[in-house]
Design a protein around this ligand. Sequence first.
Ligand code: HEM
Length: 185
Amino acid sequence: MVDTDKAFQTFETVKTLLEFGPNDEVELGKMTDLIERHGPKITDEFYSSLAKFPDTAKQVEGRVDALKATHRAWMRGLVGGDYGRGYFDSRWRIGLAHVRIGLDPFWVESVMSIIRSHMAVAIATESADAAEAGRRQAAFTKICDLDLLVINLSYGEDRLDRLTEFTGMKRNLIENIIRIPRKTS
Ligand code: HEM
């Protein structure tokens, strides 16, 4: 049984590190209309990119419309205003959905850049001035990075689980081995 409390603590620590707080939440909250206007096009571009590579195309083939609907809901969640435990849990589940289909984590890591870069253009186009664009961009970058953090943590947790399960080694032992500092030559 995976203990997600530790990962949630990490999520909270990184929120503090990034100074993700009420100001960001306010900025994100103001972006709901922007997401409604630009989100669908960004989602379309996201899936067009996935269709270009055999490893990703085979995963989305035949269910692009359904996946686009979940993706649009995910984008709305980015500006949904609640970034607590429920938010963390939803991102953890998204991570595990990708773990389950055997998708290499680098795909998820890299396609987040598509979201960030397209949204950067949308934000720049729709903001009143550079200061507003900067605030919105900062908040949006942080929340995308936090999502990726949780997804990556879920991948890492699954890998530890697999090692524990398949080697029969104690989980603590595996974690300790990973933490042993390497000797420098
Ligand atoms: C920023 C990166 C990504 C985000 C935010 C994202 C978002 C989502 C969401 C919200 C779901 C629904 C999860 C659920 O059922 O609870 C999902 C499922 C899925 N995603 Fe992604 N996704 C990302 C990257 C990718 C990539 C790179 C692929 C490559 C093919 C992919 C393919 C899929 C597939 C096939 C499913 C369905 C999994 C299943 O069968 O349950 N996603 N994704």
